[in-house]
Ligand binder design. Structure first.
Ligand SMILES: Nc1ncnc2c1ncn2[C@@H]1O[C@H](COP(=O)(O)OP(=O)(O)OP(=O)(O)O)[C@@H](O)[C@H]1O
Length: 254
């Protein structure tokens, strides 16, 4: 079920993301406002909200890329900074464009792998998994957006982590790529991993996610299964529109 040495299924089944009263203020703007929820293993959890709702900020706080103003974000019960080999616990794709264009895909992944004691065999394995083996020696700067998304996903998978977060991974992908991501998310959850996925594509989210967390203006609006929402509303898109009505605003101080 789980391929990488040193990781058993039990460990993966324990993997969770927890936000506890998480708050992040940038100057006068409240990006995340007293936000609490838990992302459980074995499901794809869709993370929804209007532009500026605080989804990316929440993910950045989980990854220790930014410090919370108050509250905590935990991976497997611990703050990111206290994880000994973080890539083995949590993998993430936040910004596919944030890569060194001069390196080859292989070297990019190898550099990341080394920082976490991961060997070159695993680099070859994830390149194969995301369909980039044939272009592994090409410079990342020559990659299309879809190829960069795949490379970012390969980086997230490197440590075979139990927790995975993907911020809008289908942006700019062709239909083949969109379906590939959908299948990959489903497979990762089926393996018992915890998968948090943000996207603005409601039709795609309805096909991919089991559970949904909706936020607006940094606050929790709803937590439900896709089944519960589509039983109550004509579609997930209708549910989203109804739930977020009144939460759409961009960058205003609050
Ligand atoms: N480094 C920063 N400095 C100042 N404000 C920030 C910073 N990062 C995010 N914000 C603000 O925090 C709020 C939440 O932004 P965030 O990117 O988390 O939203 P989002 O839900 O991911 O939006 P989108 O769907 O557009 O990607 C926005 O008002 C944004 O302008």
């Amino acid at each position: 079920m789980v391929r990488c040495a040193g990781r058993g299924p039990r460990r993966i089944l324990d993997a969770v993301i927890e936000l506890r009263r998480l708050t992040k203020r940038y100057g006068g703007a409240l990006a995340v406002d007293d936000l609490s929820f838990t992302v459980e293993p074995g499901h794809v959890t869709g993370f929804l909200g209007p532009n500026g709702a605080g989804k990316s900020t929440s993910m950045r706080l989980v990854l220790g890329l930014d410090a919370p103003t108050s509250g905590v974000a935990l991976v497997n019960g611990r703050r990111y900074a206290s994880l000994r080999r973080p890539m083995r616990e949590v993998g993430a794709l936040l910004d596919a464009g944030a890569v060194h264009g001069g390196r080859s895909a292989y070297n990019h992944l190898l550099c990341l792998a080394r920082t976490n004691g991961i060997g070159p065999l695993r680099v070859a394995e994830v390149l194969e998994q995301v369909g980039l083996s044939g272009v592994a020696r090409k410079r990342v700067g020559t990659f299309s957006l879809g190829m960069k998304q795949r490379l970012g996903i390969a980086a997230a998978l490197l440590g075979d982590p139990g927790v995975l977060m993907f911020d809008e991974p289908v942006n700019g992908l062709d239909p083949d790529g969109v379906r590939w991501i959908r299948d990959l998310m489903r497979t990762l959850a089926h393996e018992g991993r915890t998968v948090l996925l943000s996207s603005h594509l409601m039709s795609e989210m309805a096909l991919t996610a089991d559970r949904i967390v909706v936020i607006g203006r940094g606050r929790l609006i709803a937590e439900a299964t896709v089944q519960e929402l589509t039983a109550r509303y004509p579609s997930l898109e209708d549910a989203y529109m109804a739930l977020t009505a009144g939460s759409v605003q961009y960058g205003a101080s609050r």
